[in-house]
Write a protein that binds this ligand. Structure first.
Ligand code: G
Ligand code: G
Ligand code: MN
Ligand code: NA
Length: 251
């Protein structure tokens, strides 16, 4: 309960921050996108989203928090960051009847080209398959890109998910973690990544591997045909430079 009232207060007092983590193209080394990740600087210290996002979801507070995240991230992309901006969307946000309308309004008001926004959805957003498909179609018509986050960790069949109108599959960090390690787990992880990349290619989708921490993982993922890489090896989630003005550009 203390956490819940703390989150209400955090919204009022502006205690949430966005950090941005680069996503790179391994061949050119170019930063092609950033993922926005929320941070809570509470009076008692940093609170991890792993702790407060689940409570925000069950309490419904994820709706105003998600609105704040979307606007802040879109603004950062319009003013400061280059490339695409990836924003995590909770199932409850996605389920709002006015979801696409909200996204449209924020893009318009902040002056961001829709093609630079990428929404990261988990398969839980797509449990209602009919509505999911309709919303995905509306987003595509708007020109917004969609990524399936944590791909390969849920219960839906690979082919059902990859057949959706989305542009990107994000390969979960748990696969990257074991890549290059000796023993059956390393072999299994490599086979799973190979399967996901093959599936993505069959549907014309890009892949982003998450949680890349070592050069060996980066090399293996690149060799396996993964399109983009993200992880501590290339950059931790970090705030925009404090002095960033309208003209400042982050790499
Ligand atoms: O950044 P970190 O690894 O601590 O995030 C933990 C979890 O919180 C991840 O699952 C991440 O997707 C989620 N998360 C981070 N920022 C946001 C956000 O802005 N919105 C939503 N819905 N989830 C987020
Ligand atoms: O669920 P989602 O994929 O959105 O979560 C992303 C989370 O993963 C972020 O909270 C981010 O802080 C974390 N993260 C990003 N890169 C790395 C990494 O290289 N290693 C680990 N352990 N976590 C990472
Ligand atoms: Mn994500
Ligand atoms: Na993920």
């Amino acid at each position: 309960m203390a956490l819940l009232s703390g989150m209400h207060r955090a919204l009022e007092r502006n205690e949430f921050r966005l950090h941005f983590q680069p996503i790179i193209h391994p061949i050119s080394g170019e930063v092609t996108a950033h993922e926005a990740l929320i941070r809570w600087e509470s009076p008692g210290g940093l609170v991890s989203p792993a702790e407060f996002i689940p409570l925000a979801e069950v309490s419904g507070l994820i709706i105003p928090i998600g609105q704040w995240v979307l606007r802040e991230a879109v603004r950062a992309a319009a003013r400061t960051l280059r490339g695409h901006i990836a924003v995590n969307i909770s199932p409850l946000e996605f389920a709002q009847p006015q979801f696409v309308e909200n996204v449209t309004r924020v893009l318009c008001e902040e002056g961001l080209e829709p093609g630079r926004l990428m929404l990261e959805l988990t398969e839980n957003s797509l449990i209602d398959a009919h509505r999911g498909r309709d919303v995905l179609r509306d987003l595509r018509a708007l020109g917004v890109r969609v990524a399936l986050d944590d791909f390969g960790t849920g219960y839906s069949s690979f082919s059902a998910l990859a057949g959706l109108p989305v542009e990107v599959l994000k390969i979960d960090r748990s696969f990257t973690l074991h890549l290059g390690t000796a023993g059956p787990e390393g072999v299994r992880a490599a086979e799973l990544v190979r399967a996901i990349v093959a599936l993505a290619r069959a549907f014309g989708l890009d892949t982003v591997a998450e949680g890349v921490e070592t050069p060996i993982q980066a090399q293996l993922l690149t060799d396996l045909g993964c399109t983009f890489l993200q992880g501590y090896l290339f950059g931790r989630p970090s705030p925009l430079p404090a002095a960033a003005g309208e003209e400042a550009v982050m790499p």
